[in-house]
Write a protein that binds this ligand. Structure first.
Ligand SMILES: [Zn+2]
Length: 153
């Protein structure tokens, strides 16, 4: 494989609302775990949930169509494996950027669309200050309150 300059980031609409799925009623310790990257998850959302054509979906993610096809195939394979084998499915990771984020109220569950790295407001529904920017789970990594510059690797 040859290197062709910096690895382009995949554009994701917004952070996923749910990050971990597991079979009900089985102790976590006895389960295997599969990780689905955010770009695989976005491919699944665009193609199978929103029903976009692969070409249009690849353009939304700022990637080539073959790359999109590879992502969607990987995502489907992981979902199938999780359903059939009963593994934990964890969504996260990948070289990605978000177009927008979601601010989530931990008291009433209200979700508000926001620009990435916008200041956290009090919840518009219940007035709670206990709100979370869901993108920070994925973008900041170990460094909390980073400057917002995420360095690709
Ligand atoms: Zn609220």
């Amino acid at each position: 494989m040859t290197q062709r300059g910096p690895y382009r980031k995949r554009m994701i609409k917004e952070p996923p609302r749910f990050q971990i799925f597991k079979p009900a009623g089985i102790s976590t310790r006895s389960l295997k775990q599969i990780e689905m990257t955010l770009d695989e998850h976005e491919a699944l959302r665009l193609a199978d949930y929103r029903q976009f054509e692969h070409l249009e979906a690849s353009q939304k993610m700022n990637i080539s169509r073959p790359t999109f096809t590879r992502l969607i195939n990987q995502a489907r394979s992981k979902v199938a494996k999780a359903l059939i084998e009963g593994t934990i499915l964890v969504i996260g990771g990948g070289n990605i950027d978000f177009k927008q984020t979601l601010h989530y109220c931990q008291d009433c569950g209200e979700i508000i669309k926001q620009t990435v790295h916008a200041d956290l407001d009090d919840c518009q529904e219940c007035g709670s200050t206990n709100t979370e920017d869901l993108a920070t789970r994925h973008l900041d990594g170990s460094e909390a309150d980073g400057s917002g510059e995420s360095e690709g690797k």
